[in-house]
Design a protein around this ligand. Sequence first.
Ligand SMILES: [Zn+2]
Length: 263
Amino acid sequence: MLKQAVRRTGLTRRRVSSVRVCCERKLMARLFPAEPARSRILCYHSVGTESWGHNDVSPGRFARHIDLALEAGYRFVPADLIASDVDSDNHRLAITFDDGLRSVALNAAPVLASYGIPWTIFVVSNWADGDHNFGDGVMLSWDEIESLASQGATIGSHSVSHPNFGRLRGSLAEQELDESRLTIAARTGIVPNSFAIPFGQSKDWTPEARAAAIRAGYQFVYAQAEETRADGTIPRTFVTRYDSDRVFRAALGGVFDRWEEWT
Ligand SMILES: [Zn+2]
């Protein structure tokens, strides 16, 4: 009974949050002018997993985003290149996906391959192990992750269990950072050098986690925010299911650079 009530409350809260995301993005895209173009790392999640809510972008919309970016004169490069490079080309974009969803392999990878666009996926090691409640066939397995890597995708870590690092105490942050990296290496033979912060907003990272990420051997730590991100993290531009042509162009023009998904 209690469980059902909690679940209902959770669903309602999530729906309210999605309505807010939708309204704010559409309104801001109309009200605020776009800034001149600059290089950006885009943060997607799923591409055709409706249960991912406002984090899910439909396959048709995803392909449309790629076309809009190319029409606007952007060229696609690996995320780590933008993260490590300060050259003056302000028309570079990178594609990244958080969480390790199977819909990315099914619906986004073929589009990206057809254009020769490099991309990165950040996986949660427990979820790839099957330790989750999202249902069968929702998350990528290790074999599928390995196959994507062999086709050119960059594999990064998104932790062991997707905790909020802003609330982790003691050695827990260190464990999440170390163990996920070691598990990805053991399961795929790839040692990830990049980490995407779960939730990725300003409050979801700490100086202690930052120090632990460096000790664990990560070269790049990606936020899910631009100007409001935590110190020492690399900015990314969050993309949502409500990003119509107008909203996506606004995102590329920096309209949401101080906006955060969760408040
Ligand atoms: Zn995530």
